[in-house]
Design a protein around this ligand. Sequence first.
Ligand code: PHE
Ligand code: ZN
Length: 872
Amino acid sequence: MSVAAKKRENYKPLLWNPINILLDFQIHKNYSFVKSNILFEKNNQNNIQNVLLESSIELNGIDLETINLQISIDNKPFYNLDIKTIFINDELISIPIPNDAVTVRILSKVKLYPSDNFSLEGLYESNQMLCTQCEPEGFRKITWFPDRPDCLSIFKVNIEAPISFNTMLSNGNLIDEGIIKDYNDKSVRHFKTWNDPFPKPSYLFALVVGNLEVTSSTFTTFSNKIINLEIYTEIGNKHLTGYAMKSLKKAMDWDERKYGLEYDLECFMIVAVSHFNMGAMENKGLNIFNSKFILADLNSATDYDLQNIEAIVAHEYFHNWTGNRVTCRDWFQLTLKEGLTVFRDQEFSADMNDRGVKRIEDVILLRSIQFPEDAGSNKHPIRPDEYMEINNFYTPTVYEKGAEVIRMIYNYLGEKLYRKGMDVYFNKFDGKAVTCEDFLKALELGSNLNLDLFKEWYSQAGTPTLNIKRVAHNNKIVFDLYQTVNEQKSYLPIPIAISLIDKKGDLVEFSINNSKNEYEHVYLLSKSNDKIEISCHEDAVVPSLLRGFSAPVNIKTDLTIIEYLHILKHDNDSFNKWEAIQNLYLSCLENEENISLITSILSEFLNKKIISLSLIAYLLELPSKTVIENLSNVSDPIDIYHVRRNLIKKIGLSLQSVFEKTSSNLMKNDINQTNKTGERLLLGKILNFLVLVQSNIGIKLAEKISLSDNMTLSSIGLKSLCQGDSENSLKYLNNFYSKWKSNSLVLEKWFEMMSTLNIDGEGLKLIKKLLFHKAFDYKNPNKLRSVLGSFQRENTLLFHANDSSGYNFVSDQIILIDIKNPQAAARLILPLTRFNNYNEIRKGKMKQALYKIYNKKGLSSDLSEIIAKALK
Ligand code: PHE
Ligand code: ZN
């Protein structure tokens, strides 16, 4: 269905607010009834009445079988509403209300069929469990309601279900429960009633009914309230919740210490479900998670999985204040809660782990998914001005770039003033639905600093490029700064963190434009061109620029190879060490002689262990395919794949003996112990090189650890084997499959690795077969991602095959997926739209595959929005 774009400038407040809602769910095996009773009050905020001439109440509803709909105005008797007469379109009704009315009550009863709902929005079934997903607009699939984030209601929810479901959950606190005899079907039923005292928008509503296991614990808050913590899972998974529970407690503690924020209900519940479109959802008091981000033990989860669990559990918990207590006025403001909450979870993870390494990981993610988005057909400001389908705007731009913008503001204000500003934000806007301007205003009030400049980051799409050139004269260095955004000359405020490193490798004091002497200065570039003058005592210094990636920009400098090597060796900023080696690697694409310059420093790091093993591991990570593709606008993915792989091989050959020695040393050191994460990360990177250069020692080791009982070791072994001879890796993957065939989450890893294979004589056939595998489930987005996502991301040669067979395979699948789950389809299509930097022939082929989908009838608005933009 094609719909008109919604525009941010068209926001209108409601005249009638649903201040109170009673929901009653009667759950049956194949269907459910939902009764709702909503009390509306007139919004008497100034001049709203003048804005809306007609007094009416608009209710959203999708796929609802309406049994009845009744209204009572000012406590007069209820009367029936006829949907046909108030119907605006398939998904909206508008009920006229007399201008002088004061209160309105609307009753409705609808029938739902959760087991036929494959969109994973609204009320749906996942492995016999019933659960909900309402953000952003799923509540309208549950009952008639003004389904928008700016109206906050008190929810009271009664759930009644057969006794075979032992669990019935909703938001807030449990206030009643009991047994009911149902004389119709003679079975015993029971009920629970939940009350959430905090007003919330409908997107935070949740309900779960199932036969589940629970793990319980408690957390004592700083004011000594004891909170019950509960994690619910499908039967048989209870033993896999320990890590998530520990992470939750760490997050609760961190939010108290860093932000002074305490949890506010009697209990905090998490439910892990198998079928989920995203990572997780922050429903008030009842988070619902993709089970992949809850369930783990050392046997079945990798270090990387555990790190994700810690971060996502924290992210959803942090939303309780940034998102729930203070929420968004409209969906254009999504970054208000998401950018801010990602920033909070990044800082949490940095405090729990290695801060420098965490920053590198965040930048890798930003560059590999957000920069391409910002340069492609779906580019948008962190706060978009318009959209067709809001589901398409849960993007790396809104989330990750949004977090970068908060980080710049945080660094500009400093920790103390930022905290004062956040205190104002929570005090002023608790219980309100607000905008990004409100957020900035609170920070200004708390800090007494003006943030006008930063507003531009909310409305400008595209990654700016920052150019820095140096001229040395009269014992000073003058930096010439110049920025461009989208080829235009418009500009953004760019904080540039600068240090100077002397010949010995130490930081030296310096001053910028005659300010005070410092070891690090953050210069705020606030125009398109600027010059700054640096004075210091030393003369032979190397500038370390944009330290810690102080702004989300592309940077071009006149630093030389020798200077990058100096930074790599001596800079105390982990990010800039890593950034230096990224530039050095790129320089090898033009000049292979640079390889030996890099490898001699790397072997020194490997031998002397002067920096952390995880940092060394990241230094061994070459610029991604996307980064290399973005260097030119006529590149071809197949060429880039070979170029990159050849460089890896050359580095591998030059360091082969060091790598072989290091890997056997790493193995000697109880490498499967929990805390040896750096060791395992490094071993994984090294094995990739060794397998590629066909080192016997490397291959033997990879084969050996692929059989390990430690999942991290097993998967780094297998992944490195997959880089080399596919036929051999298939043998080990089969082995892995037999060992894990009854564990659905681990099989996702297997599907993922299988999808990267390119076996002579099999090629695409092997990938297609995966879709018919008995463990594959079309209804499960994790499975779709682990085959189709991983195929497009990793299997360059087959995906980009010159005969378009890879493109056709993916587009055929996406057409099928769109019928059941449009959100999933609209995400899986994205790699097919990333052709901006490719040559014309390649572009033509990819576009042809998109046209094939676009010309199908009955495409979802999700998918057609993405494709239309790409074809424009
Ligand atoms: N709000 C969720 C989060 O980022 C993401 C989400 C969006 C989940 C939409 C489901 C649907 O924490
Ligand atoms: Zn979020």
